[in-house]
Design a protein around this ligand. Structure first.
Ligand code: GLY
Ligand code: MN
Ligand code: MN
Length: 442
C-alpha cells in the first residue's frame, strides 16, 4: 500500500477550475447536549482532499494569480490540547500535508478577503455550510462595492463545489479499495460472531455489543453507521436502531452493520434464525431474496447501471411475491403498478465509500444513469418485508423481514464481491449459527 496522494487529488480538482477559488471547510464538533459532543466526524469531501482529521479546518484552492492549496488549521494551544487532544498546528501541517501554505483558522476572515480577489467564480458547498458561506458572501459583497480592476474584484458567480469532488470520489483507487477490504475482515468476523451468539433469551443489545467490540478491536475503527440489530418484526422497520429486544425462539434476526477504516465504510446485511434453523416458510422467503440478490450481482459489469440492477431485482422479487400468493397477476402487471413496492420499498443499491451512502453521482451531467466502471463500489441489498400488523398478508408470512446485502467492486473482468466470505447460503448460515461465539473473541 502507498500513502494516498492527496496533493494529486487537489491538483486534479484545481485543474477543473478556471478563474475560480474553492473553499472547502472541514467539519466542526456537534453538541450532543449541554457540554457533551457527538464523536467528531470529518467532512468526507475535505477528508478526501487533505487526509486531515482535525475539526475547524478550511481548505482553500486558488487559481489566481497562482494555483495554490492553502490550509487553515487550529492553532497550537497547550492548554486546550491538555483538555481535548493534540493539534497538528500550521507549521507541522505545512510539513506533513503537502499544501502550499498554512495559517491558523483565526486568520481565515482576514486572509480570505485577499484570496478572493481576482477570481471570477467561487466554488463552495452552497447548501450545508451556511455559516462559512454567509461569511464569504458578505465579504464578497463588501469587496464588490470597492472593485476597480480585475485584481480587486471578488467572485460574482457562485457554484456548488460538491458535485466536482463527488465525481472524483466515484472510482476508488487501490488504497481506498484496500481500506474497505481491511474493514471487511472485521465486518465478516462480527457477523459470524453474531450468528454464533444469537439464541433465544439473548438480547439484541448483546449482539450489538459483541459486534461493536469486533468492529474496534483489530484494524477497523468502529461502525460505519448505526448498527441495525432487528429481530422478528423489528426487521420490518428499515432503520430500526433501538437494538434492545429479547431474541425469541422461531424468529429471524436481521443485522445490517458494517465496520469502517479511515472513514471508508462497509455495509453488510445478513438475516438468520435466532435458534439456528430456518423454518420452511422462512427458508422459502429467504431463497427468493437470495435469488434476487444473486441475479442483481450477475448484472454487475462495466457499462451496466444501478437502475438496471434494480429492475432485474424487482422482477425476481415480484415473481417470488406471486409464488408466495402475496401478489396476484403477472410480473409485468405488478411491476407496472409498482404493487411490489409495499413489500420492497427501497432501492437495490447505492454507492459506497467514504460515506455509507457515498456521495457519488447517480446521473451524469446529461441526466443519464451513471454507468459502472472499473473501480466503482456499491451495495446490492434486496429484501422482503412482511409486517406482523399487515392483515392482508397470509398469516404464516407475517413478522418475517429479510434483507441480504453485499458490497460489490466493479473490475475489468466483471466484479469482485468484497463480502463473499460472509455466510449467505442457508447451509452456510446454519453452520455459522452452530459455532461457539467465544472463538471470535481472540
Ligand atoms: N445500512 C444502510 C443501508 O443499507 O443503506
Ligand atoms: Mn446496510
Ligand atoms: Mn446499504
Amino acid at each position: 500500500m502507498f500513502p494516498t496522494n492527496f496533493k494529486e487529488r487537489r491538483e486534479k480538482l484545481l485543474n477543473t477550475l478556471t478563474d475560480a477559488i474553492a473553499i472547502i471547510p472541514g467539519a466542526t464538533h456537534v453538541t450532543k447536549s449541554h457540554d457533551t459532543e457527538y464523536p467528531f466526524r470529518q467532512n468526507s469531501n475535505f477528508k478526501y482532499l487533505t487526509g486531515f482529521n482535525e475539526p475547524d479546518s478550511i481548505l482553500v484552492l486558488t487559481s489566481y494569480p497562482d494555483k495554490k492549496s492553502i490550509l487553515f488549521v487550529r492553532e497550537k494551544d497547550p492548554f486546550m490540547e491538555m483538555w481535548s487532544g493534540r493539534r497538528m498546528g500550521p507549521d507541522k501541517a505545512l510539513e506533513i500535508l503537502e499544501v502550499d501554505e498554512t495559517y491558523t483558522v483565526e486568520k481565515f476572515p482576514e486572509m480570505i478577503e485577499k484570496l478572493l480577489l481576482g477570481h471570477e467564480k467561487l466554488y463552495m458547498d452552497l447548501f450545508d455550510e451556511p455559516k462559512t458561506f454567509a461569511m464569504v458572501r458578505d465579504i464578497c459583497k463588501k469587496l464588490y462595492h470597492r472593485k476597480k480592476t480585475r485584481a480587486s474584484s471578488p467572485p460574482k458567480n457562485f457554484f456548488h463545489v460538491n458535485p466536482l469532488i463527488e465525481k472524483m470520489r466515484l472510482v476508488k483507487d487501490q488504497n481506498e479499495i484496500q481500506f474497505m477490504k481491511t474493514a471487511m475482515i472485521a465486518t465478516n468476523k462480527a457477523h459470524r460472531a453474531a450468528m454464533a451468539l444469537a439464541a433465544p433469551g439473548r438480547n439484541e443489545k448483546e449482539i450489538n455489543a459483541l459486534m461493536q467490540y469486533l468492529f474496534t478491536k483489530d484494524l477497523s475503527q468502529g461502525n460505519a453507521y448505526d448498527n441495525i440489530i432487528a429481530s422478528g418484526d423489528n426487521a420490518n422497520i428499515l432503520h430500526y436502531i433501538e437494538n434492545n429486544a429479547e431474541l425469541k425462539d422461531g424468529d429471524l434476526l436481521l443485522i445490517d452493520a458494517g465496520s469502517e477504516l479511515n472513514l471508508y465504510a462497509t455495509d453488510i446485511t445478513r438475516t438468520f434464525p435466532v435458534n439456528g434453523k430456518f423454518t420452511t416458510v422462512q427458508a422459502e422467503v429467504y431463497e427468493i431474496v437470495l435469488e434476487a440478490q444473486k441475479t442483481a450481482i450477475s448484472h454487475a459489469w462495466i457499462g451496466r447501471t444501478l437502475k438496471e440492477v434494480h429492475e432485474h431485482t424487482c422482477r425476481v422479487l415480484t415473481q417470488g411475491l406471486i409464488d408466495l400468493k402475496v401478489l396476484k397477476g403477472s410480473v409485468d402487471e405488478n411491476i407496472e403498478t409498482a404493487a411490489f413496492r409495499k413489500y420492497y420499498p427501497h432501492g437495490t443499491g447505492h454507492w459506497l465509500g467514504l460515506d455509507v451512502h457515498d456521495q457519488n453521482p447517480y446521473q451524469t451531467d446529461e441526466y443519464e444513469e451513471t454507468k459502472f466502471e472499473d473501480g466503482v463500489i456499491f451495495t446490492v441489498e434486496p429484501g422482503l418485508y412482511f409486517p406482523k400488523s399487515d392483515a392482508t398478508l397470509p398469516e404464516h408470512l407475517r413478522g418475517i423481514g429479510i434483507r441480504i446485502e453485499d458490497n460489490i467492486l466493479i473490475t475489468q473482468n466483471g466484479h469482485e464481491n468484497l463480502s463473499a466470505m460472509i455466510p449467505k447460503e442457508i447451509k452456510e448460515i446454519e453452520e455459522a449459527c452452530a459455532k461457539d461465539y467465544k472463538e471470535f473473541l481472540l
